[in-house]
Design a protein. Sequence first.
Length: 392
Amino acid sequence: MRVAFFVSLDETGGGLNQTKGFLNNISKIKLEHEIFIVTNNKKELNKINSKNINLLQFKKSFLTKIYFLFIGFISNNKFFSFKISNPFENFLKKNKIDFIIFSNPSFYSNYCKNIDYAINIWNTEISNYAFFKEFKNGNYEFQNNIIKKSVIDAFRIIVFTEQNKRDLIESYNCHSEKIIIQNLTPILPNKFKDLKNFDFNNTYKKFDFDKNKRWFFYPAQFWSHKNHIYLLKTLKILIKNNNDKVGFIFCGNDKGNLNYIKNHVKNLKLEDNIKILGYINDEKLISIYKYCAGIVMPTYLGRSSLPLLEAIFFNKKIYYSKNILDEKLKKFVTEFDLKDPNDLATQLSNFTNDGNNNQTIYKDITSELSFEENYVKIINDYNFYLNTWKNN
């Protein structure tokens, strides 16, 4: 059997790091079947992947782009009644791919009518937050439609946690047997281990953060659902209560909300307590994780997340939105109420550096062994059924 793993490097921020972690784990899987990595960006993939896995690039021609635009306006039934050739499926068939696994909720899964697939789904709770600006422009329908189609068509769906699984069962009526749980595997810890002689302390010092302040880190792209505004409100309360020794470090790409946050920082006169770094490389990320006081996560989405797992690895105190995380992960964080910035302000005022050695916990949550077992099982289970028809 020929198995393809589809990865897209068009993602940024956490999505890109998730893809890197996925690639790192895929490169270690041992299978009797032929393994390929399919991507729409082979040049970028070659920079990351050096494990001698077969690479296939799906190139979008002008006609292919027209095709993708066209089928966005018609239903699948109408589409197939026109008997228009599906370029992505043709590409897979040309390369004799029997089964494909998508590393993210990719729109390319929509074009696998006659090729079976498994797919990673991230935001299973997105239906609760369709009103956010970034989701109202079509992103919600995009993600929701992929989930609904996958619940029906996918051979297996891979999610991060038990709560993600419950979301699919309760909100999308998905059969539980179809769902596989595999938490994220961050790439930063591996990078940290590889950079044994790197001076992270010196990198951190170059930021020149005020040494008289206790700095908390929020690594998140500037989406409205990431809720940076909550931290500004929290900080204003702290300063009003004569506690100006707390600061927040923001880093991430602008997704349409950065100027809004910058204007609020200026209007609230919080420039001395907020540092906005934009995109930073892995070495700088690691240095902040190592030397910050803790992590704050006022996000509205995420049953699990890379910053959470990275903070566990770096033994940091973690403050996380209440009632967001999976139950098994809540015990590693201090929760706060997103409707009340006074809650987090009080907790930060009473901060104690009680981070534990979480290396064993981290390994259990992000087990590379369980990753291999899960994906080997998915592939072998599909091969079991494939043997009933492939040669007929």
